[in-house]
Design a protein around this ligand. Structure first.
Ligand code: ATP
Length: 270
């Protein structure tokens, strides 16, 4: 069966205001990706080169994909997403070709943002490359490096990579002219969780005096994706009881449920 190796969105509809608790990261992404796409002449005049690629790192579900989509949306750029692990699992033997095609497509559809999720799957440091599978992954990475080196920093193509395993990346990938801007996307703090709750609750029919501060206090350690899941689950609690207002009680039950689910998938929290 034919599986798509890349996801192409002509113009994603994520806005910066849809992202809670990451104002510093948003500002950095705007400076390093958005500004050079919008005003390359500024960089020419001053005589500095903007990064071709940036690396976002942080736990799953913290908003890395959203950040990349938001820049694409803001710059009217085509958003092209590939997932590192799929090169290893689904597209064995095709990695280098797909990488080449992704960059070709980006140049054709420029301005474009290439988003490489789980880049660690193709760009991990390797002690030995014995098996043919490992050699194939190595070839995919070499092709990626060649493509990164092959375009101009002022071309209107930018590459955003994401990982939650920055510790295992091959340093070659982080060299100047490649992914030389590293931005940490942390777990949201209490204020960040309030912002994320507000973003998702805005679209819901909730009781008047919902205590969002309290919800934030009850969700320490939750990422944005968990908070989104809490909101959906709270909505289901109301639907199940055939109510059309979602209550604090619905949210509290939902938090307990998501907490249980998180414990199953992350048995050991360091
Ligand atoms: P992964 O590393 O698993 O790809 P990610 O960091 O890219 O995760 P996203 O895919 O951007 O996370 O987030 C998943 C969903 O969780 C988003 O579509 C959004 O609904 C919600 N979400 C995550 N982070 C935030 C945030 N900071 N503000 C608002 N919503 C968020």
């Amino acid at each position: 069966p034919y599986v798509k190796a890349m996801e192409v969105i002509e113009r994603p509809n994520v806005k910066y205001k849809d992202i809670g608790g990451l104002s510093k990261q948003i500002q950095e992404v705007r400076e390093t990706v958005e500004l050079p796409l919008k005003k390359p002449e500024l960089f020419k005049k001053i005589g500095i080169e903007p990064p071709k690629g940036i690396l976002l790192y942080g736990s799953p579900g913290t908003g890395k994909t959203m950040l990349a989509k938001a820049v694409a949306s803001e710059t009217n750029a085509t958003f092209i997403r590939v997932v590192g692990s799929e090169f290893v699992q689904k597209f064995i033997g095709e990695g280098a070709r797909i990488v080449r095609e992704v960059f070709e497509l980006a140049k054709r559809k420029a301005p474009a943002i290439i988003f490489i999720d789980e880049i660690d799957a193709i760009a991990a440091r390797r002690i030995d490359i014995g098996t043919s599978g490992e050699r194939e992954v190595q070839r995919t990475m070499m092709q990626l490096l060649a493509e990164m080196d092959g375009f101009d920093p002022l071309d209107n193509v930018k590459v955003i990579a994401a990982t939650n395993r920055i510790d295992i990346l091959d340093p070659a990938i982080l060299r100047p002219g490649r992914f030389d801007r590293i931005i940490e996307v942390p777990l949201p703090d209490k204020q960040g969780r309030i912002e994320i709750f507000k973003i998702h609750i805005k679209k819901m029919n909730v009781e008047k005096n919902l205590d969002i501060r309290k919800l934030s206090e009850l969700t320490e350690g939750f990422v944005g994706a968990d908070i989104k899941a809490v909101c959906v689950e709270a909505g289901y609690n109301a639907i199940r009881e055939e109510r059309d207002l979602v209550t604090m009680e619905d949210f509290i039950k939902a938090i307990e449920k998501i907490k249980g689910r998180k414990k199953e998938v992350e048995p050991e929290v360091p």
